[in-house]
Design a protein around this ligand. Structure first.
Ligand code: PEP
Length: 248
């Protein structure tokens, strides 16, 4: 399975900053292509800049959120068509900051995921437990609930256009990366849950790891079983650091 290395720029970068960073990533990839799929989830205002900078490279632009409607009276929201018009190929759904800082429910994440796929975007669904959930033995229940509500019906059509990012909430932006044993064990659980739900297709859905990935730990993480890619926040804001992770 082709691995996916994805950047989540969160609420960082003006259009010019985004253009400069994306151009530097594109130049590095053109000089030395990678076998991995490379995606940058940019803030809405910078998607078009990133898509333009990536036009002659193997990398693709994505959005960090989407609203599940074609158009309408949804002040402040953005539709799949608007994202595609800006050049987005991918969209993130259910990022932990949207779930836990902005109060997004499992049900809404599920609607966003299904609608974005239906409208032709590729979707990366983020799941992950809080520290207290892991410590109280609820890890599998939480992942099962987030996958059950996040996965659209009719799994057959998901191949090649859907990925899961496992991101333990306690490891995002904290510098606390999950240890290789924890990542290995949890990705095996996610794989089993995907196969329970999707049958054989579950083996072909990429599972990315996210949470304080840096150039120094990326090589070890990407080599683990069932780790089909990495989702990187902080360390993706700098082009050089992101490219180092791509090459790790
Ligand atoms: C993220 O935003 O998805 C993330 C994993 O952030 P960080 O790499 O900064 O922990």
């Amino acid at each position: 399975m082709q691995k996916i290395i994805a950047a989540n720029w969160k609420m960082y970068k003006t259009r010019q900053e985004a253009r400069e960073t994306a151009a530097a990533v594109a130049a590095a990839l053109n000089e030395q292509p990678t076998p991995h799929e490379v995606v940058v989830f940019a803030p809405f205002t910078a998607i078009a800049e990133v898509a333009d900078a990536f036009a002659a490279s193997q990398a693709q632009a994505g959005a960090q959120d989407v609203w599940p409607a074609v158009e309408g009276a949804f002040t402040g929201e953005i539709s799949p068509r608007m994202l595609q018009d800006a050049g987005a190929v991918w969209v993130l759904t259910g990022h932990s900051e949207r779930r836990h800082v902005l109060g997004e429910s499992d049900e809404l994440v599920g609607r966003k995921t299904a609608f974005a796929l239906e409208q032709g975007l590729k979707v990366m669904l983020c799941i992950g437990e809080k520290l207290e959930e892991r410590e109280s033995g609820q890890l599998e229940d939480v992942l099962r609930r987030q996958l059950d509500s996040g996965l659209p019906a009719g799994g057959g059509a998901l191949e090649g256009r859907f990925a899961v990012a496992y991101e333990p909430v306690w490891a995002i932006g904290t510098g606390k990366v999950a240890g290789p044993d924890e990542v290995l064990a949890t990705h095996a659980v996610v794989r089993r849950l995907l196969c329970e739900r999707l049958g054989e297709t579950g083996n072909r859905i990429p599972i990315l790891y996210g949470g304080s990935v840096k150039p120094a730990n990326a090589g070890k993480l990407i080599g683990l079983d069932n780790v089909d890619g990495l989702l990187i926040g902080g360390a993706s804001l700098d082009a050089q650091s992101f490219v180092q992770i791509i090459r790790a």
